[in-house]
Structures are given as structure tokens and as C-alpha cells.
Design a protein around this ligand. Structure first.
Ligand SMILES: C=CC1=C(C)c2cc3[nH]c(cc4nc(cc5[nH]c(cc1n2)c(C)c5CCC(=O)O)C(CCC(=O)O)=C4C)c(C)c3C=C
Ligand SMILES: [Fe+2]
Ligand SMILES: [Fe+2]
Length: 353
């Protein structure tokens, strides 16, 4: 009689930025962020003192913003809910295997090196690296994967999901969230503003960072999904959260809100590069830009929620994981993104369509 094959031990590692859990951790979190060469591309001898200076200078204003959300960032609790939902779906789909979903944050706890030790202790046969950034950027996905590769010393064949700018469930979750806000907005003229976290323009023009291109891919796919059901919509892409003196991608979200005021249209704004709620949605989009919209006479001003644990989005993450597990040998998809992401299939997806 043949024995049943023992199930695989599969570790899925979710990557995100991390956020301070209380007021005391705001400054060290900011220091970690500005000390990342992917964020400030200067040699350590200059970058580290600069990171100390910037984190000291930003501490009080950042603490005030985090105190509007109860003192710390809701990013980790939100990510835990996503991890639990994904683990349940994957264990149901991959019956016989044991799937554990871990969280690795880049700038605050649970930090990536700590998670790497926990994943190693799980002794996986397979490891799937799954960034919670739908669009690849050197500042986010590449930075997280670099630390992971430097610190993970455990078992298992590793595969990477580099990005999923137009994955079905991700696009569908966005389209559903926006459509329900458009219903709430009523019959007056309304513009959908897709607001993505900005990055310095130089990263795109100089380093060829694919983030802007992938954000545009997401926007085009979400617009197509909404228009399929409702007909043409007025929409624009803009970039929020500018930091520092450099030129960032534009137009900025405040500029786009002011333009909506001049054009006499209401706004449904949606975070198009975030998958969960945190300071950039709850404070920047809701409070700061909400006040700006009010001042500029933009009414209504409605914000679509981040996709969070929307079942279609969790399905998209599960599908990406299962797809990655099905790749054999050295997966060109993931490895391409870690070493030469310009050659990655995700970049060719759009031109192939
Ligand atoms: C798509 C995701 C993100 C990109 C791209 C990104 C680039 C980027 N960010 C900064 C500086 C800051 N980001 C901050 C918070 C923050 N950023 C992201 C995501 C992306 N960042 C998230 C999810 C968060 C929220 C974390 C949380 O607290 O929950 C902050 C801290 C807040 C503040 O002081 O404004 C800074 C600073 C740069 C410089 C950059 C690209 C170069
Ligand atoms: Fe950021
Ligand atoms: Fe890729």
C-alpha cells in the first residue's frame, strides 16, 4: 500500500512598510526609514547623520499625526487581519499542506530580520515572498526583498511575487469600493481621484523605477472595470505624501483637489497604491485633504476605503501565491525582479496585452 505523501510546509511572507506602535517609537521608525539607501541614496557616512537630523525634526509633527489615530499606526493590526484571512484561504486551497503566513515590516516591528528567524524556525519546504505593494518600486518592494535576502538563512525554495498591478481581485476590490462611493455621491458631477504615494521623479527618470508605469497600469484596469458597469467616468491620477525638497511625481493630490474645485466637481478619492488603512489614508486623505476640499468648495468629498480584507483581494493574494508555488526551478518572475526587474514578465505584461 502506498503511503500518502507528507504535506509541504509553506511559509508566505507578507512585506509592508511598518509603522510606529506608540509615540515613543515614532522617531526610531522615522530614523530607520530615512537611513534606508533606497530612500536616501547617499553613502552611509552622510545618510546616517542626515537620517538622525530628519527624524528629530519630523518627530513632533509626525507624533501629532499618529496621535490622531490613537498614538500609533494601525498598519500592523490591519496587516494581521490580512495575514489571517490569507492563511485560512490558502490552507483550504492547499489541503494536505501546512501554510503559515508571516509579516515582515521594513522600518518597524516585526522587523524583517526577526521574521526571517521565525520563518527559519518553521523549517519550510517552500517560501513565497509576497509584498503588500501591488506596484513594484525600488523604494518599497526592492528594499524589503534586499533585507530579506540578506537576513534569511533558513530552508526552502524561495519564490517571489514581485507585483500585481492589474491582478483581477485587486482591480475588482478597488472598482467595488469606488463604485459604492460613486453611488453615495449621487447625481452631480464627480471626479474619481486615484491617489498614489509619490516618489522622487529622479527615481523614475534616472533609475527607471517601474512604479509610475505600474500605478498607471492599475488605474487603467480599475477605470475599465468601473466603466464596464457604469459607462464613462471623470478621473485623474495624482500623487500624495511628498517629503523633502526634491521634485516628486505629479500632479500632487492637493493640486488635483484644487483643480476639482476650479472645475466645480465633487471628488471620490481612492488610495491606489495602499492595501490597508494607515496614516496616509486616515490622516492625510481624510483629515488634511478633507479640509482642503472643504476650503476649495469641493463637495461631496468621499474617500473609498483601502481594500483590506475584501474577499476578492485576499483571493488575488492567494492566487498569486499558488501561481508562484507552481513555478519550477529558479523562478524568472521573482528572481528577475530582485536582480534585474527590468527583465521581469510583469513589465512586459502591458505591452503584450
Ligand atoms: C506605495 C507605497 C509607498 C511608497 C512608494 C513610499 C515611498 C516613500 N515614503 C517616504 C516617506 C515616508 N513614508 C511614510 C509613511 C508611509 N509610507 C508608506 C508607503 C509608501 N512609501 C506607508 C504605508 C506609510 C505609513 C506607515 C504607517 O505609519 O502606518 C512616512 C511616515 C509618515 C510621515 O511622517 O509622513 C514617511 C516619512 C519616502 C521618502 C518615499 C520615497 C522615496
Ligand atoms: Fe512612504
Ligand atoms: Fe516583476
Amino acid at each position: 500500500m502506498t503511503q500518502p505523501l507528507p504535506g509541504r510546509r509553506i511559509a508566505v511572507v507578507l512585506f509592508n512598510l511598518g509603522g510606529p506602535d506608540d509615540q515613543a517609537s515614532v522617531k526610531p521608525f522615522l530614523f530607520n526609514l530615512f537611513n534606508d539607501p533606497a530612500i536616501i541614496g547617499l553613502p552611509g557616512i552622510v545618510r546616517t547623520p542626515l537620517a538622525k537630523l530628519i527624524s528629530s525634526r519630523r518627530e513632533a509633527s509626525a507624533q501629532a499625526n499618529y496621535s490622531l489615530m490613537g498614538g500609533g499606526s494601525p498598519l500592523l493590526p490591519g496587516t494581521r487581519l490580512q495575514a489571517e484571512a490569507l492563511e485560512a484561504v490558502l490552507n483550504a486551497r492547499l489541503a494536505g499542506d501546512e501554510v503559515r503566513v508571516f509579516i515582515a515590516m521594513r522600518y518597524w516591528r516585526p522587523l524583517t530580520d526577526q521574521t526571517a528567524v521565525e520563518v527559519a524556525a518553521f523549517a519550510p519546504d517552500e517560501v513565497v515572498l509576497l509584498p503588500l505593494y501591488p506596484q513594484f518600486s525600488t523604494t518599497t518592494t526592492q528594499s524589503s526583498l534586499k533585507i530579506w535576502n540578506e537576513t534569511y538563512a533558513g530552508s526552502g525554495v524561495s519564490r517571489t511575487v514581485c507585483c500585481y498591478p492589474r491582478a483581477d481581485g485587486w482591480v475588482e476590490a478597488q472598482a467595488q469600493a469606488i463604485a459604492s462611493k460613486l453611488d453615495e455621491a449621487g447625481d452631480g458631477p464627480v471626479r474619481v481621484l486615484f491617489s498614489a504615494h509619490g516618489i522622487p521623479e529622479k527615481l523614475v527618470s534616472g533609475k527607471g523605477d517601474p512604479y509610475q508605469e505600474q500605478v498607471e497600469t492599475t488605474v487603467a484596469a480599475v477605470v475599465a472595470a468601473i466603466e464596464r458597469d457604469r459607462g464613462p467616468i471623470d478621473h485623474a491620477l495624482c500623487y500624495q505624501s511628498r517629503v523633502g525638497p526634491m521634485k516628486w511625481l505629479g500632479p500632487s493630490t492637493p493640486e488635483a483637489i484644487e483643480q476639482a474645485g476650479r472645475d466645480g466637481v465633487g471628488v471620490v478619492i481612492t488610495p491606489i497604491a495602499f492595501v490597508s488603512e494607515h496614516i496616509e489614508t486616515l490622516v492625510e486623505l481624510d483629515i488634511e485633504y478633507g479640509e482642503l476640499a472643504h476650503d476649495k468648495g469641493v463637495s461631496p468629498y468621499l474617500r473609498a476605503p483601502a481594500v483590506g480584507t475584501a474577499p476578492v483581494f485576499i483571493e488575488a493574494l492567494a492566487a498569486a501565491t499558488i501561481d508562484a508555488l507552481g513555478r519550477t526551478g529558479v523562478a524568472p518572475f521573482g528572481l528577475g525582479c530582485q536582480t534585474d526587474w527590468k527583465a521581469c514578465p510583469c513589465r512586459n505584461e502591458r505591452s503584450a496585452a
